[in-house]
Design a protein around this ligand. Structure first.
Ligand SMILES: Cc1ncc(COP(=O)(O)O)c(C=O)c1O
Length: 384
């Protein structure tokens, strides 16, 4: 017998995620899975053709470390057209293996052991483990319970001379809020006298509803100067499994980012990058995305309005929070389990997006699903 040497985990608190748990439960009980945050429909066939074409043309070897130049150029042009800031494709845009790698790499690039990083709870589950891997301290500031707007007094109170980084996500997973220009401006004023950097997680940038504009950190010069602005082609083009994203950041930040990137993934797969560059030549797919998702949101909300679930606003992203307090007294995990096993619809408890498991009787549902899937879920939820 050769025993495996004992380990001292780098991430002792990390276990199986709620997303795997609920998906397994959904499968076991034949539930409609609105827990998983990804589409159950396919991408545009033209995008698949563009990638396949690049493969057939032999574009299959390592691309440059920072990404295929034509794709970086397209991304720089798109950001300039939409948000008004010109990033240099050569020194300020990097193609990553999804937003997840972009965020980890940004954190590893700038956070030293003992540095503090502020996150706004509830938040995406990779942020805290990423900060811990860098040796940083996670400082958690709650968004205002009930409406999930930023509380600038609490953010200000959380900043110390040790604060290196703040992570903001808008449109927001899981609350579906989208920051206004005024909110971004207030953040800019707050950070102006500090050395605090910003990771702006904008993976849902093309999912904003009711005529809202997506306000990117890149559109606010005082923030752009200190920001890693992260996006994800997976979300924008319904190809979450391809894992390709982008980071736009001023040259000095990008230089540090790439030092970590080149010894982590080094680079991202070539034909997908060429395919995306070709597909991006046409702005229609991302320009029409808000309408596409707004129709789904409205269909879903109209059905939910017939139940005793109370709907919170969904300003952006492809999520909808529901308050189930008129339906059940269970805690959030208990309710989501019950909803999956007894009603046949899987949801995610909001409490899992908080370190301490804060209970608000809220559950997250994802409407990035075929209309038939949403209708099937609504038929079951009509019992509530
Ligand atoms: C807020 C947020 N950031 C980042 C990601 C990860 O994006 P990617 O699949 O491009 O790594 C997700 C995916 O669910 C997300 O919701």
């Amino acid at each position: 017998m050769h025993p495996t040497p004992a380990l001292n985990s780098r991430l002792p608190k990390v276990g199986t995620t709620i997303f795997s748990v609920m998906s397994a439960l959904a499968q076991q009980h034949g539930a409609v899975n609105l827990g998983q945050g990804f589409p159950d429909f396919d991408c545009d066939p033209a995008l698949v053709d563009a990638v396949a074409g690049a493969m057939r043309e032999g574009l299959n070897q390592y691309p440059p470390m920072a990404g295929v130049p034509v794709l970086r150029q397209r991304v720089a042009d798109k950001i300039e057209a939409l948000y008004g800031r010109r990033y240099d494709a050569e020194t300020e845009i990097t193609i990553t293996a999804g937003a997840t790698q972009a965020i980890l790499t940004a954190i590893l690039a700038v956070v030293h052991p003992g540095d503090e990083v502020v996150v706004l709870e509830p938040c995406y589950d990779s942020y805290a483990p990423n900060i811990e891997l860098a040796g940083g301290h996670v400082v958690r500031v709650p968004l205002v319970p009930g409406n999930f707007r930023p509380d600038f007094d609490r953010i200000a109170a959380a900043l110390t001379p040790r604060t290196r980084l703040l992570i903001v996500n808008s449109p927001h997973n899981p609350s579906a809020t989208a920051w206004t220009r005024d909110e971004w401006q207030r953040l800019a004023e707050l950070l102006a006298p500090t050395e605090v950097l910003l990771v702006s997680d904008e993976v849902y940038e093309h999912m904003v509803f009711d005529g809202r504009e997506h306000v990117s950190a890149s559109s606010i010069p005082a923030l752009a100067a200190r920001a890693f602005v992260v996006s994800s082609f997976g979300k924008t083009f319904h190809v979450t499994g391809w894992k390709v994203g982008t980071v736009a950041a001023p040259a000095p930040l990008t230089a540090e980012f790439r030092k970590v990137h080149q010894f982590n993934v080094f680079t991202v797969n070539t034909p997908v990058q060429h395919g995306l560059a070709r597909f991006l030549a046409n702005p229609a797919p991302y320009e029409t995305l808000p309408d596409f998702y707004q129709r789904k949101r409205d269909r879903f909300r109209a059905g939910l309005a017939q139940t005793r679930l109370k709907l919170l606003p969904s300003e952006g992203s492809y999520f909808q929070l529901v308050d189930y307090s008129a339906v059940s007294e269970l805690d959030e995990l208990g309710f989501c389990r019950w909803l999956t096993t007894e009603i046949g619809v899987a949801a995610i408890p909001l409490s899992v997006f908080y370190e301490g498991g804060f209970e608000q009787r809220l559950a997250r549902l994802c409407f990035a699903k075929k209309d038939e899937t949403l209708d099937a879920a609504l038929q079951r939820l009509a019992r509530l």
